[in-house]
Design a binder for this molecule. Sequence first.
Ligand SMILES: NC(=O)C1=CN([C@@H]2O[C@H](COP(=O)(O)OP(=O)(O)OC[C@H]3O[C@@H](n4cnc5c(N)ncnc54)[C@H](O)[C@@H]3O)[C@@H](O)[C@H]2O)[C@@H](O)CC1
Ligand SMILES: Nc1ncnc2c1ncn2[C@@H]1O[C@H](COP(=O)(O)OP(=O)(O)O)[C@@H](O)[C@H]1O
Ligand SMILES: [K+]
Length: 504
Amino acid sequence: MKILPARQTRALDQATLQAQRISSDALMERAATACTTWLLDELQPAFTTPLHILCGPGNNGGDGLAIARQLHAAGYSPQIWLLPSDRYSSDFLLNRQRLPPQVPCTELSADSLPALPAGAVVLDALFGTGLSRPLQGLAARVVQHLSQSGAVVVAIDVPSGLFADAPQPADSAVVRARYTLSFELPKLAFLLPQNAAFVGEWTVLPIGLDANFIHNEPVDNYFVDAGFLRRKLPRREKFSHKGTFGHALLLAGSYGKMGAAVLAAQACLRGGVGLLTVRIPAAGYDILQISAPEAMALPDPAREFLTELPELQPYAAVGMGPGLGQEAATAAVLRQLLHRTPHLPLVLDADALNLLATHRDLLALLPPDSLLTPHPKEFERLTGEPARDDYHRLEQLRAFCGQHRCYCVLKGAYTALGTPEGAVYFNSTGNPGMASGGSGDVLTGLLLALRADRRLSPLDAALLGVFAHGRAGDLAAAQTGEAGLVASDLVRFIGPALQELVDG
Ligand SMILES: NC(=O)C1=CN([C@@H]2O[C@H](COP(=O)(O)OP(=O)(O)OC[C@H]3O[C@@H](n4cnc5c(N)ncnc54)[C@H](O)[C@@H]3O)[C@@H](O)[C@H]2O)[C@@H](O)CC1
Ligand SMILES: Nc1ncnc2c1ncn2[C@@H]1O[C@H](COP(=O)(O)OP(=O)(O)O)[C@@H](O)[C@H]1O
Ligand SMILES: [K+]
């Protein structure tokens, strides 16, 4: 799915009205119907549940008024609270008129705020994508009142006070929603950790906005769901052989961290690689041979960490990082690797990234289309500059990928894949059970397998790998629960997660 900024959302609205020859109030009615249906199906309020709808002066408020009318028609008794204004949108006014007289409608003021008992449901329809400045005065007071209550808050389109695609000043008033119902497409703000407390659980409600417009509109940001990846992972042809899927080389492990090498190796094997060779320090030889018998072991002469780069000629892709340590001799191996692989697909993670950050001249040697997989702290080391906020970090991601012509997987709840062209793809799979040691090593191994598969472009390999890794986490968590999920469980579910994506 594409992620449209607020200004493009308005153009999408207009394009829809023209293409479908409908009036703006008909579109508002669709939006309201989608929200009402969600409320009745998902929240299933009792007829006695207190239902309050807070309406602002624009079309977001118009949505709230239309929802109130629909809830009333369904037998509920919503109460409306209006934010006074000297300018209302025409569809707000139209829906104000359409409101049955039985629906109580009160103007908000500092002395007149709804009493909100715990368990009350409040629909926040104060402001949507038309927010042009932070909330102040009465609107801010209402938001504060709301956050002090124990009410279940459902934000319509976007929590009021939250900019859909830009940071707001610290300590601005923003509604803290339990649920956010967004129309047609997700908003960038939903995907950033700094907004989690405002957005709550978000859902996209399709309202039939113009698909042609969405298709043709250039964007910087995408949300990757299973539909987005359809037909990207080719099935295995009947007469394929191990050469078809590439021979990967993994450089990983050091004394005490051989598990990282094992996890990455197992994930690479489950990721469908044709052949895998693993370069481990000599002390890791038995460990690897026993825990990943399908892989070939190529022990380094040194016992505890890597000191020599093997011959690279046989390999289709090279991965380096999990459990490496940061010895000077290992940094020299990374340097040789970068010098000798101008055309080999590379996947760099963990200590390989930390070594890049401490030997910064190496960054200039990164072959084009290299794939880096930092978590936010590793990314900060790579850029050398702490991010001011999550939006700034995204700008850093675009700049870094552009400057180094690389793909960078910035790991997190919505892992963000940056491309050399400046696009960012947000992943939709995964769960907090994956926030434990070793999950990243599994991702590295899986990505290495997909980069060794010559049938896949660098972008598709990265998108598929990140998605399947999270999906493996979701499949595993369904069995183990989130707390009980460990990285080796991810390995077991890579196969099923990939199989779901196979074309045809
Ligand atoms: N294509 C879509 O996505 C659709 C959007 N609709 C709704 O329309 C909304 C957008 O409507 P509008 O463009 O009217 O915008 P809003 O309803 O968000 O508010 C705009 C009004 O609020 C004022 N305003 C902005 N920031 C303010 C602040 N901080 N303090 C006080 N006043 C402020 C503006 O001057 C303007 O009068 C969406 O969020 C959604 O709820 C639906 O009705 C139909 C379909
Ligand atoms: N809350 C979360 N929701 C979804 N995925 C998560 C969450 N926390 C962590 N992950 C995923 O788990 C992996 C953790 O990687 P990393 O931080 O490198 O861990 P490690 O170094 O322990 O292997 C990443 O792919 C990340 O996206
Ligand atoms: K809202």
